[in-house]
Ligand binder design. Structure first.
Ligand SMILES: [Mg+2]
Ligand SMILES: [Zn+2]
Length: 193
């Protein structure tokens, strides 16, 4: 069964508060306001939520892969207890110097998801707080992209023109992004601008 109505969600600065020191433990993972309600609304509206996140803290040896997996396990449990559902999490563990194929704005993480779940990228929406998320959506051919103004969003907003990026919507936060997407028609092949 192919996944439909997929939302690729960035993690840091979208779901939880970002930190210049990276998120290295569950104690440092703090949900942004209204995130859990937003995820619940996505699930009620039959969107499949897949997190795609750069976690160079692993490549920088600041956090072990096991610890990251534990954080993600707890994240999935809490979202689930609040009526939401995260179907999967794909992360890039590499250091930027590795020049891997999965660190956003490169599209390796999205390709992994496409292969695993038989996703049509035209039916997807990418939501993130960084210009690199918007660039990744453009590189991959996501149906839509939404920039949220939490995290690095305000800075990203200023970079859009220079990078020739034009998200389909700019939202105050994830909750506002979800309200927008839920209001858009989502019949087969109708996504896109
Ligand atoms: Mg982010
Ligand atoms: Zn990578």
């Amino acid at each position: 069964m192919a996944f439909r109505k997929v939302v690729f969600l960035d993690r840091d600065g979208v779901i939880n508060y970002d930190s210049p020191d990276y998120i290295k433990s569950w104690a440092e993972f703090v949900f942004l306001p209204n995130t859990l309600s937003a995820l619940s609304i996505l699930h009620q509206n039959k969107f499949q939520v897949i997190i795609t996140t750069n976690q160079s803290a692993i490549g920088r040896k600041l956090i072990a892969k096991n610890t990251l997996n534990e954080i993600h396990h707890r994240l999935i449990q809490i979202v689930s207890a609040h009526g939401g559902k995260i179907h999967d999490i794909f992360f890039c563990p590499h250091h930027p110097d590795d020049v891997c194929s999965c660190r956003k704005p490169r599209i390796g993480l999205l390709e992994q998801a496409v292969h695993k779940y038989n996703i049509d990228l035209a039916d997807t929406t990418m939501m993130g707080d960084s210009a690199t998320d918007m660039e990744c959506a453009q590189n991959a051919g996501c149906g839509r992209s939404v920039l949220v103004l939490t995290g690095k969003g305000t800075l990203a907003c200023k970079q859009l023109d220079q990078l020739k990026l034009s998200p389909d919507y700019i939202a105050r936060d994830l909750f506002a992004a979800v309200q927008w997407i839920v209001d858009q028609p989502l019949t087969a092949g109708s996504l896109g601008t």
